[in-house]
Write a protein that binds this ligand. Structure first.
Ligand code: SAM
Length: 219
C-alpha cells in the first residue's frame, strides 16, 4: 500500500525554509510572541514525545514526516543508535541532512524521500515519531497499519490535529488555497482509526491551552 496524494509533499517542499524558521529561535521577537501563543502545541508535542518515548539509548527511531530533522537530532542526542527520517518534501530532507551533519551526526541517520506508506521496504525500528503529519493524511488507517508494521511492537508517538470552532475553518481555508487539504479529528475519530488499524492506544492527551493537537502514544 502506498500513498499517492503528493499535495502535502509539494506544498512543504516550497514552505520548508519558512517552516524550519520556527525552530532554533531564528524568528524575530514579534513572530516569536505569536508562535508562543498560537503554536505552543509545537513546543509541547516535542516535550511530550520525548517524555513518553523514554530511554532511546541504542534504539533505532523512525520519524515519518521528519521535516527538517529537529526530532531526529534530539533522538540522536538522547542516545539513539540510528534514526530513519521519511518525508515527502525533498527540501525538508535537505534541511534535515544539514541540521544532523551540523550536530555531528553524520553516518547515524538515513533519509528516505517519499510519501508514507512508501510501497518499498525500509528497515524496521524500535519506535516511531509522527509529529504534525496526520493533518495531511487522507487515509489514516492504512498509514497507521504500515507504521505498526515497521515497528516490532514498540511505541509510536503521533500527533493528531483537533477541531477548533474558530481556528479550524480559517486553517482549512488557508490550506485549501495552498492546494493541500487537511484532516481534523475529535477524540472519538482517533479512537476509531487506531482500532481499525489494529493499534492499541497507551495515551491520548489533548494539549491544553493552544487547543490544536492531541498527543497520542500507541503500540
Ligand atoms: C508540519 S511538517 C512537520 C515536520 C516535523 N515532523 C516537525 O514536527 O518538525 C509536516 C511534514 O510531513 C510531511 N508529510 C506529510 N504527509 C506525509 C506523508 N504521507 N509521508 C511523508 N511525509 C509526509 C511534509 O512533507 C512535512 O515535511
Amino acid at each position: 500500500m502506498s500513498n499517492t496524494d503528493e499535495r502535502a509533499g509539494r506544498f512543504f517542499h516550497g514552505f520548508a525554509d519558512t517552516f524550519d524558521s520556527l525552530y532554533d529561535g531564528r524568528r524575530g521577537p514579534v513572530w516569536r510572541l505569536l508562535d508562543s501563543t498560537f503554536r505552543r502545541d509545537i513546543v509541547e508535542r516535542f516535550r511530550l514525545t520525548f517524555d513518553r518515548l523514554g530511554d532511546l539509548t541504542n534504539k533505532t527511531v523512525l520519524d515519518v514526516g521528519c521535516g527538517s530533522g529537529v526530532y531526529m537530532r534530539e533522538a540522536l542526542a538522547r542516545g539513539a543508535a540510528r534514526v530513519i527520517g521519511v518525508d515527502a518534501a525533498p527540501r525538508m530532507l535537505e534541511l534535515a541532512g544539514e541540521r544532523l551533519d551540523a550536530a555531528g551526526h553524520k553516518g547515524r541517520y538515513e533519509l528516505v524521500a517519499g510519501n508514507f506508506p512508501l510501497g518499498k521496504p525500509i528497515d524496521r525500528a524500535d519506535c516511531a515519531i509522527v509529529m504534525g503529519v496526520m493533518d495531511y493524511v487522507a487515509e489514516p488507517v492504512p498509514f497507521l497499519r504500515a507504521l505498526a508494521a515497521q515497528l516490532s511492537g514498540g511505541p509510536a508517538a503521533i500527533s493528531f490535529p483537533s477541531r477548533h470552532w474558530l481556528r479550524s475553518p480559517i486553517r482549512e481555508a488557508r490550506y485549501r488555497m495552498r492546494n493541500c487539504p487537511i484532516y481534523l479529528y475529535e477524540r472519538g475519530d482517533i479512537e476509531r482509526v487506531l482500532k481499525d488499524a489494529g493499534v492499541t492506544a497507551v495515551h491520548i492527551e489533548k494539549i491544553r491551552g493552544a487547543g490544536q493537537d492531541f498527543h497520542v502514544v500507541c503500540r
